[in-house]
Write a protein that binds this ligand. Structure first.
Ligand code: NA7
Length: 563
């Protein structure tokens, strides 16, 4: 139970990454008489862009599009130095915004929430952190991130390793890359977006002795084409921010790239190659999102484009056997999130780099001094880097013990919890508009399940705007209780599933389809994100609002005024 010393809030935000910072700024401005606060587990702002300090960490969306559009002053002052900013630059940007608006004073750092209980009588949430401090709030907003809970590989004996070992998103603070990687034998497990950036940077920027890459699934990847941005160029770019954000608002994933409306087989082979070569030469996600419109729904179209991409890999890797290992066999180009690279494939031409194809020789176990693969080979290592990804989307929720309405847990299987059925059974989220869930009154999610992820700041700003409007509605009507109706949750969840049909990405295991074999119970694919377009998503949110927040039910307490 709570004590009289509970910290009291009207709105409590959990997480101070791009989402939490955006939410704090918006809600503090809009509801000046409300107590708005943020709880953050780390010791600084930035979330993903603070935690992921591994070498080579960099954004794959254009830096110019990766900022808050509401902060005109900062847009005017900020100079993006590279077209695809490194982690340090994005983190500096977030700090700059926080300092400018004195946001830090409302953020409590080094605090990890462990439990959350819905309090029926008072229509409030009661949170408790690891240290036992309670926080009571009327509304709360999850800004916990969808790729914030790292997972280590489920391989035997990983604790035995005696050298330095860490996950890319838990890079040690005191690790000096030049000093601590010099002359070392490095191992990297994982070849997702993170692995590809880490591997490239480690092998090219530091004087390591050797690098062994442990690849379970080959990943498609294509050139990022990062460029410096000069002062003069930045001045030009500043004049175009409005049209740039407008362009992002019109594309399915809020990126700056739009598919070619033609179908792959509608055009001649020569025309096909012409477009493919053009987009391959362009920066950013152009080669993922700017291709023919049927590439990710039509098997043959996808095969042709994948063949084109495979030829690019072959041309860059000297050893044909290594090239073959690097070309994905079981999923087509773009059916997983495409990592962008800066010289990744050439890494394997270096004499000190060794690709260990785990399809041929799986890892048997970790030893004190390295890794043994099934062919009996011992790979000697001094440093072992886990680029093994995250318990995505639901992971941040799993690390809190929830008691929603009637004490129902948020996550779990259907048959435990003292007869109380979990709200999201078997890691399968059920939401309304990806922002609310039934039996979780007064909870709102930014970048939650069933939202279109895409270009994060763009999606975040929209979600925060919707939640802010909804809170305004509660305030204006003195509602202290809001929950989606079961019908609305059913219909939305069904719509999300419906939208995903026909997408080839749905037939592939990835964090986007809710699969992570390192997490118990995450072995079956689910639809965890909204794959209808962001445009359609925004339309549906606006429609709910226009119809008096259709899909949500509201209530008030007899004696409480919430404004
Ligand atoms: P990802 O994309 O989930 O990649 C994780 C990688 O780690 C992937 O190559 C996995 O292989 C590999 N992995 C995971 N577990 C193991 C084990 N047990 N053995 C060997 N290899 C393993 O995570 P990232 O951090 O790279 O990127 C996440 C997102 O962050 C990215 O999409 C961007 O949006 C930013 P698998 O493919 O599962 O066989």
């Amino acid at each position: 139970s709570s004590t009289t010393t509970d910290q009291q809030y009207d709105i409590l935000i959990i997480g101070a990454g791009l989402s939490g910072v955006c939410a704090l700024h918006n809600l503090r401005e809009r509801f000046p008489s409300w107590r708005v606060g943020v709880i953050e587990a780390a010791d600084n702002v930035g979330g993903t862009w603070y935690c992921n300090r591994y070498p080579g960490a960099r954004v794959d969306s254009e830096s110019l599009s990766y900022a808050y559009s509401w902060d005109k002053e900062v847009l005017n002052e900020w100079h993006w130095k590279e077209s695809f900013a490194p982690q340090s630059e994005i983190h500096r940007y977030i700090e700059y915004v926080c300092n400018k608006h004195t946001l830090r004073k409302d953020i409590q750092f080094n605090t990890r929430i462990k439990t959350a209980q819905w309090q029926n009588k008072s229509n409030t949430w009661l949170f408790c952190d690891e240290a036992g401090t309670f926080y009571r709030t009327r509304f709360f907003i999850s800004c916990m991130g969808f790729l914030s809970t790292p997972t280590l590989p489920a391989i035997p004996d990983i604790k035995k390793f005696q050298g330095e070992a860490f996950h890319t998103s838990r890079w040690p603070q005191d690790f000096d890359l030049r000093r601590d990687l010099a002359s070392k034998r490095i191992g990297v497990i994982g070849t997702g977006a993170t692995g590809i950036q880490t591997i490239t940077a480690v092998s090219k920027e530091f004087s390591i002795k050797s690098l062994s890459v442990f690849q379970r699934t080959a990943n498609w990847s294509a050139p990022l084409r990062n460029e410096p941005i000069s002062l003069e160029q930045m001045e030009q770019h500043r004049k175009n921010y409005d049209s740039l954000f407008q362009l992002c608002a019109e594309t399915p994933g809020c990126f700056m790239h739009q598919a070619d409306p033609r179908k792959s087989l509608e055009v001649s082979e020569a025309e096909r190659f012409k477009l493919w070569e053009e987009i391959y030469a362009k920066p950013g996600f152009a080669k993922w999102l700017g291709t023919f419109s049927d590439t990710y729904t039509d098997r043959e179209a996808n095969r042709l484009y994948s063949d084109f991409m495979a030829s690019k890999i072959r041309a860059r890797v000297h050893d044909p056997k290594v090239a073959d290992s690097l070309i994905p066999k079981n999923h087509g180009f773009g059916t997983r999130r495409v990592p962008l690279e800066s010289g990744y494939f050439e890494v394997y031409n270096q004499p000190n780099v060794n690709l260990v194809d785990l399809q041929k020789t799986p890892i048997e176990r970790v030893t004190e001094k390295g890794i043994i693969t099934s062919d009996g080979k011992h790979h000697d290592l001094d440093v072992l880097i886990y680029a093994t990804g995250f318990d995505a989307i639901t992971g941040a929720f799993s690390s809190i013990d929830w008691a929603g309405k009637d004490g129902r847990p948020l996550l779990g299987s259907s048959d435990n919890n003292e007869g109380k059925q979990a709200i999201w059974i078997d890691h399968r989220p059920r939401t309304y508009l990806g922002m609310t869930a039934n039996s979780m009154p007064n909870m709102f999610m930014v970048l939650g399940p069933h939202q279109p992820f895409g270009n994060a700041p763009r999606t975040i700003e929209h979600a925060v705007g919707v939640i802010s409007d909804l809170l305004q509605y509660c305030k204006d009507n003195n509602y202290s209780y809001v929950e989606p109706t079961p019908e609305a949750v059913d219909a939305w969840t069904e719509h999300v599933v419906e939208c995903s049909k026909g997408a080839l990405s749905n037939e592939v295991d990835s964090w986007m389809t809710g699969v992570n074999k390192n997490v118990k119970g995450k072995t079956v694919r689910s639809v965890a994100r909204y794959s209808g377009s962001a445009v359609e998503y925004r339309r549906r949110c606006a429609q709910s609002k226009a119809e008096g927040w259709k899909g949500l039910s509201f209530d008030k307490l007899p004696d409480t005024k919430i404004s």
